[in-house]
Design a protein around this ligand. Structure first.
Ligand code: GLU
Length: 483
């Protein structure tokens, strides 16, 4: 086979959703694996659904995620233009060629007539009414300025079979194939027509797309055959579900790449997770860098069955990527999240980062996980009772004033995590307590919470002496009233 050429052909109708990004990813990986080319084509023939800014978002997302296209609207290439609206004039020429050869025909039917056709399972099938119009009549009506579309003339009997790499041989009854519109009354081609013309003209020999196109593909194959063009190889991908019943779909506003970024996921984890939505490597590895994806990807690993978008698994994977970040990288990501939280400007960023780095799965958790640093007040003193740490309310009442005394001795530079920690351990030793019998009440006294990121000394270090002392005093008071 000549050089492999795959394409990603999104319609600029809004955010780049997970399904679209997966198509782009698989098409990219498959092309690269085979030393082929990956092409971006913008399918904007449905002007009614065009969303301002969507094209730029597609470019940006592909660039950001490393899905670099070899040819595309903004990078050019030998088959430019790569935006369908800029290729508008091409399509009519090809449609007319099909009319000449009897594979397509002009149709003048009005909305009204189309709406009066019998509906079968909610769909009205066109009845080939205009197929019988003579050439002269067609010309006369066009000259008179009548509105028309051009329809594909489908066979009505027999069946059509083609091979899909994932789903095997697909057979569709020709009676199910509609005389689909190729050119609309505004002169624009439909997606159904333009994708075939462009795939051929752009030399695309491998078409990868969502399973929703599986049953339309025979219609496209009739177009290839009518022109005498070679059909591409087809790779349809399994649906991505929200749950067992519902598809993850952009129309009902489900996750887009941008949404995930704004929820605190990192692009490496998103791409890694998306790769697993419908594909797995032979060795079943789950965490894979972009380079590993490139070396492990194979179409044999694409599953037929639907995959469920599982936010919990994505978060788990994201957590692994966060944990392996070095300090600087973590800080670069965490900084904007800290800045837009209530923590902003109140604490030392490096200390906050050290405290939280190993304890979050997404950056969005920072604010909630560290909220105790800015929020402190009445809490249940039962928290001092901890069987495992052997602490009680009574014993904590004895511990806290001593913690206060120990902390009093530290100040300025000596007020640091290590010294604070040592002071607590020293206290335990002096009194013959277990470490937990000091550490547990000290941490509760500073946070009023059963569990927090970090221990008493980490927290005291970040809070600073004044706030630490205020909280200990508050807790001593609270305990004095407890039973
Ligand atoms: N423009 C179509 C879409 O966004 C592309 C389908 C295809 O890849 O052929 O769904």
């Amino acid at each position: 086979m000549s050089q492999l050429r795959t394409r990603f052909a999104p319609s600029p109708t809004g955010y780049l959703h997970i399904g679209g990004l997966r198509t782009a990813l698989y098409s990219y990986l498959y092309a690269k694996k085979n030393n082929g080319k990956f092409i971006l084509r913008i399918e904007d023939t449905d002007q009614g659904r065009y969303v301002e800014g969507a094209v730029e978002l597609i470019y940006r997302t592909l660039r950001e995620t490393g899905l670099t296209y070899d040819e595309g609207p903004d990078v050019g290439g030998p088959y430019a233009p790569y935006i369908q609206s800029e290729r508008k004039n091409e399509y009519l020429k090809y449609a007319k060629q099909l009319v000449e050869s009897g594979h397509a025909y002009y149709c003048f039917c009005t909305e009204e007539r189309l709406n009066s056709l019998p509906s079968v399972n909610g769909a009205r099938k066109y009845d080939k009414h205009c197929l019988s119009l003579s050439k002269e009549e067609v010309e006369k009506r066009i000259a008179a300025g009548e509105k028309y579309v051009i329809r594909q003339n489908m066979p009505t009997e027999g069946s059509s079979t083609y091979h899909d790499v994932v789903y095997g041989d697909i057979t569709v009854d020709n009676s199910e194939l509609e005389d689909q519109i190729l050119i609309k009354s505004d002169g624009m081609p439909t997606y159904n027509f333009a994708n075939v013309i462009d795939d051929h003209l752009m030399n695309i020999n491998c078409v990868m797309r969502g399973i929703e196109y599986l049953s339309s593909t025979p219609k496209y194959n009739y177009l290839y055959d009518a022109f005498g063009w070679e059909r591409p190889m087809y790779i349809h991908m399994p649906p991505i579900m929200k749950d067992a019943q519902h598809k993850l779909s952009k129309r009902n506003g489900d996750a887009s790449y941008e949404d995930l970024i704004s929820k605190g996921f990192v692009k490496e984890a998103i791409i890694n997770y998306i790769a697993l939505l419908g594909w797995s490597p032979k060795d079943d590895t789950e965490k894979m860098s972009f380079e590993e994806l490139q070396s492990k990807f194979s179409v044999e690993g694409i599953n037929k069955s639907p995959s469920i978008f599982d936010p919990v698994k994505l978060a788990w994977l994201n957590g692994l990527y966060i944990k392996e970040m070095d300090e600087d990288t973590f800080r670069k990501y965490a900084q904007p999240w800290i800045e837009k939280s209530k923590l902003n400007g109140k604490f030392d960023t490096a200390k906050l980062c050290a405290l939280i780095h190993s304890r979050i799965e997404t950056f969005a958790e920072i604010e909630q996980k560290l909220d105790f640093l800015v929020t402190f007040g009445d809490y249940d003193t039962e928290l001092y009772v901890n069987k495992k740490q052997k602490t009680t309310v009574e014993q904590s009442r004895e511990v806290l004033p001593l913690v206060k005394q120990a902390f009093e001795k530290l100040d300025g530079d000596s007020w640091n995590n290590q010294n604070l920690y040592n002071a607590l351990l020293q206290l335990a030793m002096d009194k013959g307590w277990k470490n937990g019998q000091v550490l547990w009440p000290a941490r509760i006294a500073l946070t009023g919470l059963q569990s927090t990121a970090g221990g008493a000394s980490d927290i005291a270090d970040i809070l600073g002496k004044k706030e630490t002392m205020r909280r200990i005093d508050y807790s001593i008071k609270l305990l004095s009233k407890a039973k």
